[in-house]
Design a binder for this molecule. Structure first.
Ligand code: FE
Length: 499
């Protein structure tokens, strides 16, 4: 096993390429909902870049002035940028979840958040309160002619892709029963063997407990549930993301334990009851997609993973590229996320795991030691060998810091390209959009919705994926800011008003 590059948590304070106050402004709530043609554009939108970018994330970081405790507890707000004939149309809407509507009406926090937000009134008000709202704030996909806002612990909310109006909780044509969840990290298999080479959407749900039940869902192009199977694995599992290959769904069971008592008693939120156990291994769970073969569980060095970049099979081995952390940052109950000290929390790094199924061994290496998160790649390479990865990263090569740049990694040559929005720009998840009839894996664009602190507004940045060094092809300046988001997706269908 190779030695990993651990980032020291006690690095000396240094000159930063960003101003903390700038970064914090990106966490101001955006209570307004807009619709307009974007007319403030630097450069030109490529005429063959056509379709719709949807992005989800917490839009409210307070309820009528009452601060929420963690951005993951913020109500889901969908931002949409539709692109056609070199023009762009922006709109945004809150997902009208039951919780959003009730809290807006009440003008105060009514629910406990998974990530630390407690109702006012101290532990007594939160005592044995399991009423957590489905905030629909993590991802947004367009699949089977449905626009679905996802949150991992509950069913999706369906929205109208033209107006972004909330239609309601969606059961995927009665495939999900009340209480079923549908995770926020589906993967699209571009050529599913079981569906005759058609694409299919693979997702999962998790029921944690003393043992954990993982249910796999596969939906065909029409959005119909065509495969579903459930598996029990030993121990508590916090599973946010999954990687797929043609034959496996792959999960990393981080070595965390869950002590529910402080949550039940109202002292702490659910995520604050997680504890990282550095003396225990991380388990790699491989669930056969045929639903019949035996589930395989292999052990590797302790690490914490939120997101996987990709996985594939080669010569009887399975490879998984993932963003790994030294540990899970255990949030203090009273800490304000805006005051976070980046130097004291672990930074993500990109690791490659090589899993030999017959010998039951796992080795790994560090592909990128620079602090990074939110990987993306060409959709045709999901679950297959790939060459190019795009990922959000810090401006500087060492240390933990906000994401201010996009890194393109050529995994064949080791070449790297970086476009940075520092010092006053802050990024997040890039989205790769293939060029129609493109000929190479990097023939397309990288889209990034970034926050520009200098103007307190957000920009859609369009980069040529073949050459990030050229800088943006176009910067579309919005009239306002969008708070830092989580995940988004692009569909070639263009949901744009007529005229
Ligand atoms: Fe995620």
């Amino acid at each position: 096993m190779q030695t990993k590059d651990r980032l020291s948590s006690t690095q000396p304070k240094r000159d930063r390429p960003y101003d903390r106050e700038d970064w914090k402004k990106g966490y101001e709530s955006q209570p307004n909902e807009y619709d307009y043609w974007i007319d403030n554009i630097e450069g030109e939108i490529p005429p063959d870049l056509e379709g719709t970018l949807f992005r989800n994330g917490p839009g409210l970081l307070d309820i009528n002035g009452q601060q929420i405790h963690h951005p993951f507890d913020g109500d889901g707000m969908i931002a949409k940028i539709a692109l056609k004939n070199g023009r762009a149309y922006f709109s945004n809407r809150y997902v009208r979840t039951e919780g959003y509507l009730k809290e807006q009406q009440a003008g105060k926090i009514l629910y406990r958040g998974v990530f630390g937000t407690q109702k006012p009134g101290g532990w007594l008000a939160n005592f044995f309160d399991f009423n957590i709202k489905n905030i629909a704030n993590t991802h947004i996909i367009y699949w089977g002619n449905k626009l679905l806002a996802l949150w991992e612990a509950a069913q999706p909310h369906r929205l109208d892709p033209n107006s972004l109006e909330t239609i309601g909780i969606d059961s995927l044509n009665n495939a999900l029963q009340p209480g079923d969840a549908f995770a926020a990290h589906p993967r699209i298999d571009p050529h599913c063997e079981a569906d005759g080479g058609e694409p299919c959407l693979v997702n999962f749900s998790v029921k944690p407990g003393l043992s954990t039940t993982i249910t796999i869902y596969e939906l065909n192009r029409a959005g119909k549930m065509v495969r579903r199977h459930a598996h029990s694995v030993p121990g508590f599992a916090f599973l946010h993301d999954m990687a797929i290959t043609p034959n496996y769904c792959i999960f990393f069971q981080n070595p965390v334990s869950f002590n529910p008592l402080p949550f039940l008693l109202g002292w702490r939120s659910a995520s604050q009851c997680l504890r990282f156990n550095p003396q225990e291994p991380t388990k790699i769970i491989l669930i056969p997609r045929n639903g019949k073969d035996t589930v395989k569980i292999l052990e590797t060095e302790p690490c914490f993973v939120f997101h996987h970049a990709n996985a594939w099979e080669e010569n009887g081995e399975v490879f998984v590229d993932s963003v790994c952390y030294d540990s899970f940052p255990s949030p203090e109950p009273d800490a304000d996320f805006r005051e976070i000290d980046f130097d004291t929390i672990p930074a993500g790094q990109l690791w490659r795991f090589q899993v030999n199924l017959s010998r039951e061994t796992v080795t790994h290496q560090t592909l990128e030691s620079r602090c990074c998160e939110f990987p993306t790649l060409h959709p045709q390479n999901v679950g297959r060998p790939y060459r190019y990865l795009y990922i959000g990263t810090a401006h500087e090569a060492a240390g933990n810091a906000p994401l201010q740049a996009i890194l393109k990694l050529d995994l064949a040559t080791g070449n790297r390209q970086l476009w940075s929005a520092a010092p006053r720009g802050f990024g997040g998840e890039p989205v790769f959009v293939p060029r129609p009839n493109g000929t190479t894996e990097d023939d397309g664009w990288v889209l990034l919705l970034m926050y520009d602190a200098a103007h307190h507004r957000s920009d859609l940045v369009i980069l040529d994926a073949r050459d990030l060094d050229c800088g943006p092809i176009a910067r579309l300046h919005l009239k306002h800011h969008i708070p830092y988001g989580l995940h988004g997706s692009f569909t070639p269908e263009c949901f744009i008003p007529q005229g």
